[in-house]
Design a protein around this ligand. Structure first.
Ligand code: 0O2
Length: 222
């Protein structure tokens, strides 16, 4: 685009207004992440005093990139607007909670669900029902009120809760395959089967670890 058409086609005031509204929205999602992250950290702290261990190994947060927001809306046949982002996207604000044991995942899910300022909008249990790829994780979309100077805004946050093993597999598989269109390469079926085999090995290890933990009992009793 040359300078002439830039001045002709772009309405700077409108562009600046849209950019400001988008920045505002992203700020609101950042605040929602902070609210939910604090709840998780409180539960982890309390648990560590009671049971002498931390159920949460680490927490990672992310805001979806503008390009990914745009691409997802386009896949859904929707135009890029603040209203469509708020209404149709559940994962602009994302929190990944990586836990020690499988039962820690369900402990967190139960306690987050019980909090009366949290509304659970959607649940996908890819632990009980793994994806065909072998992917396992517990997904939860929650709505939380965030208090701004202009009032209370309900905000959506997506939680992905998984064990260290599930996270290890998902992170490496993401690098190897996810979204890279490697379906086209020769030997893809074999790679796919190997990834499923690794997912099964991780699942077996998680199950064994959980069994040992059940045998040991609560760590505070030792
Ligand atoms: P990114 O960069 O991780 O954010 P919904 O959001 O509920 O409308 P959607 O988008 O189909 O529906 O959600 P789904 O399938 O429950 O979860 C999508 C997210 O889960 C992905 O996010 C990944 O983070 C993760 N995921 C799902 N399937 C796989 C898989 O087979 N392998 C790996 N490694 N991760 C997976 P995004 O948006 O794709 O990307």
């Amino acid at each position: 685009m040359n300078e002439k058409s830039w001045t002709k086609d772009v309405a700077p005031a409108e562009f600046i207004e849209n950019a400001k509204n988008f920045q505002d929205l992203i700020m609101q999602y950042r605040c929602a992440i902070r609210e939910v992250q604090t709840k998780l950290e409180v539960l982890d702290d309390e648990f560590s005093v009671e049971y002498k261990r931390n159920p949460i190994s680490f927490i990672k947060t992310r805001i979806k990139k503008p390009q990914s927001i745009f691409d997802k809306l386009q896949r859904m046949g929707l135009e890029f607007s603040i209203e469509n982002i708020q209404k149709y996207l559940n994962d602009v604000a994302g929190i990944r909670v990586v836990c020690a044991f499988v039962d820690d995942i369900y402990w967190i899910v139960d306690l987050i669900t019980q909090q009366d300022d949290i509304k659970v909008l959607k649940v996908k249990d890819y632990i009980k029902n793994p994806k065909p790829s072998g992917y396992r994780s517990y997904h939860m979309v929650v709505e939380i009120p965030v208090f701004f100077s202009k009032g209370k805004t309900p905000m959506k946050v997506e939680l992905q809760i998984r064990t260290n093993g599930m996270d290890f597999w998902a992170t490496l598989e993401h690098q190897l395959r996810y979204k890279k269109g490697i379906e086209e390469i020769p030997g893809y079926d074999h790679i796919s089967a190997q990834l499923q085999h690794c997912a099964q090995a991780v699942m077996d290890a998680d199950t064994e670890m959980q069994k040992m933990k059940n045998q040991i009992g609560h760590f505070n009793e030792i």
